[in-house]
Design a protein around this ligand. Structure first.
Ligand code: ARG
Ligand code: ZN
Ligand code: CA
Length: 228
């Protein structure tokens, strides 16, 4: 039998209040992003005996300031965050002021920073069909939620130590760009996992999580987010 984790998901669309109205994404675009998330988190989950389901509870549009600024981030999250520590809050907004595709809190931040700051922020143009080429197929949301679930980059610690603390992702020395073929930057066995969602490759290149990553996510979930 497969263990199923249903993650209540609150989507907040924070439209720029600077007069440009940037980030006012349409409902069907949000639906495509959620579909991309559910497909990605089904990958290899079955082999790990787990199933992750992001179940959208609400999609709400608000106008707000640039969430690049830490004070704005805190005030918007304080105003908008919903649910308990097992709920995903996904903020879709304009991050062009800081040139970021997205950013996330870690599960272990819950203890230090409290629940209000918990969540994932992504640039609206990274959603499927957005303008942020080659990062416009919704992989940024998948990648940032990976961090939110406790996954490190595949190049964490380079070729050293425990790498990304996942057994079945080969070590790699540095982030990949584009979609390199036979990239191999570490002496340990295996080519670099350039197609893994936790690398930095182009969206069209990214397509997998490993069962080891699903195992770590489940472990992190039980440690930090399980509601009993
Ligand atoms: N640089 C960002 C981070 O480290 C996101 C990278 C997402 N990559 C992508 N192909 N969409 O969290
Ligand atoms: Zn990352
Ligand atoms: Ca590894």
């Amino acid at each position: 039998s497969v263990r199923q984790y249903i993650i209540p998901t609150y989507v907040h669309i924070v439209v720029s209040d600077d007069g440009t109205g940037m980030g006012d994404v349409a409902k069907d675009v949000v639906e495509k992003q959620v579909k991309a998330l559910n497909e990605a988190y089904a990958t290899n989950a079955a082999t790990a005996g787990i199933q992750w389901v992001f179940q959208v509870r609400s999609v709400v549009k608000t106008s707000g300031p640039d969430m690049c600024d830490q004070q704005n981030e805190a005030s918007m999250k304080a105003k908008l965050r919903k649910g308990s520590r097992d709920a995903l809050n996904l903020y879709i907004t304009d991050l062009s002021a800081c040139g970021l595709l997205g950013y996330s809190s870690w599960p272990w931040d819950l203890k230090k920073k409290g629940m209000v700051m918990d969540g994932v922020v992504i640039h609206y143009d990274t959603l499927p069909g957005g303008q942020y080429r080659p990062y416009n197929l919704g992989r940024t949301g998948i990648h940032e939620i990976g961090h939110w679930l406790g996954l490190y980059h595949t190049f964490q610690n380079g070729c050293n130590g425990n790498g990304d603390s996942v057994q079945d992702t080969p070590f790699c020395a540095s982030p990949s760009e584009g979609c390199p073929v036979h990239r191999d930057t570490c002496p340990q066995p295996g080519e670099d996992p350039v197609r893994n969602f936790m690398d930095y490759s182009d969206d069209s290149c990214m397509r997998a999580f490993t069962s080891g990553q699903h195992g770590r996510v489940e472990q992190m979930w039980k440690q930090y987010r399980l509601m009993v």
